[in-house]
Design a protein around this ligand. Structure first.
Ligand code: SF4
Length: 506
């Protein structure tokens, strides 16, 4: 301080200049947004500083922060514990942007579909101990609706995630020693019509975490904070191009990118269509893992506890969740396999589902998500019942249902994808679906194509039956559904499917 008043540091001056320029650019009528910004003097220096700086830059560049960005800035989401407790004691639900801030604690307020929270639990690698699963059952029984859902949210499919890592083998002989590495894929978001792009680099297992951190830092610093729909890595990559992004990320790494073209790598094998359902020998002699089908991921408390008991009694006490909404009990001695299947049966579960039910995936739907336009899980089960009674497939098929375009159930990479919509029926509006086919990930990478629009939910099972019958009647020897639909144009498929529907009706 001097007699003349406060002296600003160079950094503070730059901040204020940028801030004032941004306010001026936005026009005078936006006082609420401007007043919500934190003054430079009180700028935090912790992990959130990088976010505040990015917000400042967005404003300085003339952008207008979305309400969620302003809310994060006005109140640190991780400092709201007391407020949340007070709300709970008063039986009060959050309002406005507080709904968004609660998500930092895994609490998703799902009004208007229900006046309740969906509690989201993140399991690194999908790994959960039997005691934890039992604990989740206790929580669901005491505080929830007596059930839990296995979601499709694990980042297992590397080309459908913001940041994905694909294990590959390198034979050596070039500049890179032989061994197992990871290729990094960026910007995959099938709900927005894009698969991950190969970043052109090869990473050792130890380099994966620093690489992910560097990518995140660039995204935090430069991702869009003025348009919520564009606040994804894909849009930064679209704006910059992959090369600029990789150059920007390199200074945040403790090493240099190892640039290696994909052709030098042996890719991993095909993705298991039904995600490990069934009994599979492990590398450890005498042990197997058992993939259990969980219809649409729904697990009532009795099944949560029963599965925990099976894993503790016959396995090593751990379970793994899969992106297909199924789960795996690992380290089961061969001598205990029959007992495991018997005990699964007593719980109403199996490791040998039909080819239709093994990967019948449905997002939360309007049972627990405020964005859902339909009851995806109930409709998925109805589809499974209908098809199992009428169509015998000789190979696995993926059917994915999703309640809104966010596509948590990855409809664009299923053999058959169903996107919820509202359908006019006379004076009423009923739940229904757009139908798409031919999506796939990994070796089957393809974006599904829409073939029918606005089919009422109660007509979907018969529509799918006709599609599968046409496939069985017209496929080449042993051809997969994915290959069959992808060698036909949409209008040819519709002709085949409609003809099969007429035959069924006759
Ligand atoms: S896809 Fe949409 S409706 Fe389904 S869980 Fe995700 S956000 Fe909710």
């Amino acid at each position: 301080m001097t007699d003349g008043g406060p002296v600003l540091t160079e950094q503070q001056k730059q901040y204020l200049e940028g801030f004032l320029a941004g306010v001026k650019n936005r026009g005078a009528g936006d006082a609420s947004a401007a007043s919500a910004l934190t003054p430079a003097e009180t700028k935090p220096s912790g992990p959130e500083a990088i976010h505040i700086e990015a917000q400042d830059r967005a404003v300085a560049a003339g952008g207008k922060l979305v309400p969620e960005e302003l809310a994060k800035r006005a109140k640190h989401p991780f400092d709201m514990w007391d407020e949340m407790r007070a709300n709970a004691a008063a039986k009060r639900f959050p309002k406005g942007t507080d709904v968004f801030l609660h998500k930092f604690h895994g609490l998703f307020y799902v009004a208007p579909n229900q006046d309740a929270f969906m509690r989201r639990v993140r399991l690194p690698g999908g790994l959960i101990a039997a005691a934890q699963l039992r604990g989740l059952g206790d929580v669901a029984e005491t505080y929830g609706g007596g059930y839990a859902h296995v979601t499709s949210r694990l980042g297992v499919l590397e080309d459908t995630n913001d940041i994905g890592f694909a294990a590959v083998a390198v034979d050596g002989g070039g500049a890179v020693p032989a061994g197992v590495y990871f290729r990094m894929l960026l910007g995959g978001i099938t709900g927005h019509g894009d698969f991950g792009r190969d970043s052109g680099v090869l990473l050792t297992p130890a380099e994966v975490v620093p690489a992910a951190a560097a990518v995140l830092r660039v995204f935090i610093a430069h991702g869009d904070r003025t348009d919520r729909k564009k606040a994804r890595l894909k849009y930064l990559l679209d704006a910059w191009g992959l090369e600029k992004f990789m150059v920007e990320a390199e200074p945040a790494l403790p090493f240099k990118w190892r640039r290696v073209p994909p052709e030098m790598c042996r890719p991993r094998g095909p993705i298991a269509k039904h995600g490990h359902v069934g009994v599979h020998p492990q590398r450890q002699a005498g042990l197997s893992y058992v993939g259990v089908a969980v219809p649409v991921g729904y697990l009532p408390v009795a099944q949560l506890r029963g599965l925990a008991d099976i894993a503790a009694r016959h396995g090593s006490g751990t379970l793994r969740l899969t992106v297909w909404q199924n789960l795996i009990v690992s380290d089961v001695p061969d001598g205990a396999l029959a007992a495991v299947e018997r005990e699964l049966g007593a719980l109403g579960l199996t490791s040998t589902p039909s080819h239709i039910r093994g990967a019948l995936v449905a997002c939360t739907g309007n049972m627990g998500c405020k964005f859902a336009l339909s009851n995806t899980k109930t409709h998925a089960l109805a589809i499974g019942d209908w098809l199992e009674a009428r169509v015998a497939l000789d190979q696995p098929l993926n059917i994915h249902l999703t309640g809104c375009p966010a596509s948590c159930a990855q409809i664009h990479v299923g053999d058959i994808g169903l996107l919820a919509t509202k359908v006019d029926r006379g004076d009423d509006e009923v739940e229904g679906y757009h139908v798409m086919v031919g999506g796939g990930a990994g070796a089957e990478r393809a974006m599904a194509r829409a073939i029918y629009h606005s089919v009422p939910a109660d007509a979907v099972p018969a529509k799918l039956e006709a599609m599968l019958r046409a496939y069985l009647a017209h496929r080449h020897d042993g051809e997969t559904f994915h290959a069959f639909v992808n060698r036909h144009a949409v209008d040819a498929l519709v002709r085949l499917f409609d003809a099969a529907a007429l035959e069924i009706a006759a």
